[in-house]
Design a protein around this ligand. Structure first.
Ligand SMILES: *Cc1c(COP(=O)(O)O)cnc(C)c1O
Length: 378
């Protein structure tokens, strides 16, 4: 009866691959399943190199280190994002500069970023919210003009694209998440996407405890040694095997999510036309991946009542992202540049409906009916 917000796909193939990995007797990282997953990402996105990591947070940490962030450098990012986007740069001593989002896509507003650039700015971090792309051409122009890095937080963007280019593969660094709450999951995990050979080599070293072990395994050096600072950012083969079952079925999983997304979108179009709710905007040049279905209520009070109404009906809808600039660590590590016109106001209106691979049409219709019932009397 209870409809959860999310469930990770547990495919029989994933269990089979985990059994194979176990039988192989080697469960540490960078075995055959890790290789299959990273090659899949390279094929799917066209990126020069993809490295599987223990999380998207860790992929962001590696990116931040490779941007050579020094204490006092500034990094531009949205305040409407997950803490990991900010942690990666705050951890290197950066001053975070939060810029407002666009209300239609909830993404960093490309028209406001240039005004936030100072001589100390080192990087821009666009977050592709809900798998709907940021205006990357504009960010790329600004970054070229001011000689800045771009780190794309594409945690939610696997299988989505912008003008035909894969999210996460348009910049110096891109990051994916394979956390349980994302479209494809290995429990905890992620990937780092690297645009060229030099950064790929530097990233491999940081990921492998600061050693050139990856080169050693490829036969490029005859012994491996400690060459830089690093840590252990490679996931176990067991996790990679679980993920591989899903990546093999990525199109099927995406199609199933998309069918649910479209069913919600069609069902609420009349409410949206009457101005009762606001539905996601998908720009014509963006192909999204049905990562989430969100809608916006009139205001915080209406959202609170709608969430409670759904809960009584055993439906778990959620909201997220208390803007980082108003959180305790946001005050400590950052400042808002320009005015917060949309970040706070829009974040207070947004709620996410249940959407996962395996959610039945019957349950989707129960959610739809519950939302309609709410608006019939409110
Ligand atoms: C999920 C998410 C992350 C963190 O991903 P992990 O793999 O859990 O570290 C970072 N940024 C965004 C935008 C996310 O949605």
């Amino acid at each position: 009866m209870h409809i959860p917000f999310n469930r990770s796909p547990g495919l029989p193939s994933s269990l089979e691959y985990m059994a194979q990995a176990t039988a192989g007797g080697h469960l540490s990282g960078d075995g055959p399943f890790t290789k299959k997953c990273s090659e899949w990402i390279e094929r799917q996105t066209g990126v020069f190199k993809a490295l599987l990591t223990t999380s998207c947070s860790h992929a962001l940490d590696i990116s931040s280190r490779l941007c050579n962030i020094l204490p006092g450098d500034e990094v531009i990012l949205p305040s409407y994002t997950f803490s990991s986007t900010a942690n990666a740069f705050a951890g290197m001593g950066a001053q975070l500069v939060f810029v407002d989002i666009r209300p239609d896509t909830m993404n960093l507003d490309e028209r406001l970023v240039e005004a936030a650039v100072t001589p100390k700015t080192k990087a821009i971090v666009p977050v592709h919210y809900a798998g709907i792309a940021c205006e990357m051409d504009e960010f790329t122009d600004i970054a070229r003009q001011h000689n800045l890095y771009i780190v794309e937080d594409a945690a939610q963007g696997v299988m989505a694209s912008y003008k035909g280019r894969a999210l996460g593969a348009m910049s110096h660094f891109g990051t994916f998440s394979f956390h349980e709450t994302k479209n494809f999951s290995m429990g905890e995990g992620g990937a780092l996407l690297l645009g060229d050979a030099a950064t790929a080599e530097a990233a491999e070293i940081i990921r492998e405890k600061g050693t050139d072990r990856s080169k050693f395994f490829r036969g490029q050096v005859d012994k491996y040694s400690w060459v830089e600072w690093g840590s252990s950012y490679l996931p176990s083969e067991l996790n990679a095997a679980f993920l591989w079952g899903q990546l093999e079925a990525a199109q099927e999983i995406t199609d199933a999510r998309m069918a649910i997304w479209q069913r919600y979108n069609a069902a609420f179009s009349a409410l949206a036309a009457k101005g009762r709710v606001v539905l996601p905007t998908i720009p014509a040049h963006c192909t999204h991946n049905a990562h989430m279905f969100y809608m916006k209520a009139a205001n915080l009070d209406e959202r609170t009542r709608l969430l409670a109404h759904l809960k009584v009906r055993n439906i778990l809808a959620v909201y997220h992202y208390v803007p980082l600039h108003s959180a305790p660590a946001g005050h400590k590590y950052g400042r808002f540049s320009g005015q917060d016109v949309y970040t706070t106001a829009e974040s207070e209106r947004l709620l996410r409906l249940p959407l996962y691979y395996g959610l039945s049409t019957q349950d989707v219709d129960r959610v739809i009916e519950a939302v309609h019932d709410f608006y019939a009397v409110n």
